[in-house]
Design a binder for this molecule. Structure first.
Ligand code: DCB
Length: 342
């Protein structure tokens, strides 16, 4: 081919690629004009069951969760979060602060990793979920006073920034931990403390049974406060149609849902990588416009983790394909809009 035709061919081909792959601006962490997601969406609000921008347009935010900050706090820094924003197209970062298992109650300096996450998010113009990671401690009332003290401080320091999203109890669990008995009373107390300082940032409440029983919360949602959402968690290798039915039931009752944690593995964080089941879930979330955050950035070697065993031991970011696990490569492509989700 003559060089000129070759050039024309290349130009045409790249124009076609741009047109056909051009992702909807709403799914970009930074748009073509360089505006960050927080610059574009501003103060988030809840509109019916949907998350909305300051201007009242529905949005679906997508991003990544840290692993337990006591284990993987080295990734809660600006270099990694910027890499995730720029290379992974991440719009929201979740700082998962466990309470026990070496978490905040036992080791309060862990809070510094939440602060470094927030500072990076403010600088980079992305949203940040401050996650009070109730898990093996089961009943959120156990550390209610500590939660109020913690969220009061976060709200006083950062409540004026639209970047902040509060997640007040990751996964309440255990037979004796019910919505009406423990979770709702806990949530009302913590929400009251946050709202005394911060009138409008989104607050996400955990639901019974490891944040699966959104249908139960939907029977008796929290009144009196605005911009409240409820979390649904799933692991694609364990949870399927039955859990999606529960979510649909809750949505039909008007419950606003935010998936603050889901994994491509089974419910242990390991046990295999389930891309097909994950795609069914991603399609469900897309259909309902539900925001999501994937579990999680770590190099432990478990299937839900983004990095292969021992990759990036210092927390520098700039990962190459060989650093990423099958799940990491899959989620990166999903976030970059390179895998079509029907
Ligand atoms: C959730 C937790 C999260 C946990 C993942 C995977 O727990 F919110 O903290 O992460 O889902 O289980 C796992 C890590 C492991 C680590 C472990 C330590 O991936 O590497 O060793 O935390 O706590 C769930 C979710 C669902 C269910 C149970 C749990 N479920 N759970 O459906 O039964 O028991 O942790």
């Amino acid at each position: 081919m003559k060089p000129m035709y070759k050039t024309i061919g290349i130009v045409l081909a790249s124009m076609l690629t741009i047109i056909s792959c051009a992702p909807d601006d709403r799914f970009l962490a930074v748009d073509k004009s360089g505006k960050t997601v927080v610059e574009r969406f501003g103060q988030l609000q809840v509109m019916g069951t949907r998350l909305g921008t300051q201007d009242g347009k529905p949005v679906q935010l997508r991003g990544m969760s840290s692993f337990g900050l006591q284990w993987a706090g080295k990734y809660a820094n600006e270099a990694v979060i910027q890499w995730l924003r720029d290379d992974w197209n991440m719009q929201v970062w979740r700082a998962a602060m466990y309470l026990t298992q070496g978490g905040y109650i036992e080791n309060p300096v862990i809070k510094e990793k939440v602060i470094s996450s927030i500072e990076a998010a403010l600088k980079l113009g992305i949203y940040v979920i401050v996650d009070w990671h109730v898990l093996s401690d089961k009943n959120p009332l156990v550390y209610k006073d500590k939660a109020i003290e913690f969220f009061t401080d976060i709200a006083q320091r950062y409540g004026t920034y639209p970047n902040i999203i509060y997640e007040i109890c990751n996964e309440p669990n255990g037979k004796d931990v019910t919505w009406q008995g423990q979770i709702k009373p806990y949530a009302e107390a913590v929400i009251g403390a946050i709202r005394a300082i911060d009138p409008d940032n989104i607050i996400i409440v955990g639901t019974p049974n490891w944040s699966q029983d959104v249908d139960v919360a939907a029977e008796d949602p929290i009144k009196d406060y605005k911009s409240i959402m409820y979390t649904l968690h799933f692991y694609a290798g364990t949870h399927g149609e039955e859990l999606r039915k529960k979510a649909e039931k809750a949505l039909a009752k008007g419950l606003p849902i935010f998936v603050t944690e889901w994994g491509t593995s089974d419910a242990s964080g390991g046990g295999g990588f389930y891309p097909d089941q994950s795609k069914v879930w991603l399609s469900f979330l897309k259909k309902h416009g539900i925001s999501w955050v994937n579990w999680s950035v770590n190099n432990k070697g478990e299937e839900s983790g983004t990095l292969v065993y021992n990759a990036d031991r210092e927390g520098k970011g700039r990962w190459q394909d060989a650093d990423l696990s099958p799940s990491g490569r899959f989620i990166r492509k999903v976030l970059r809009n390179e895998i079509r989700i029907p």
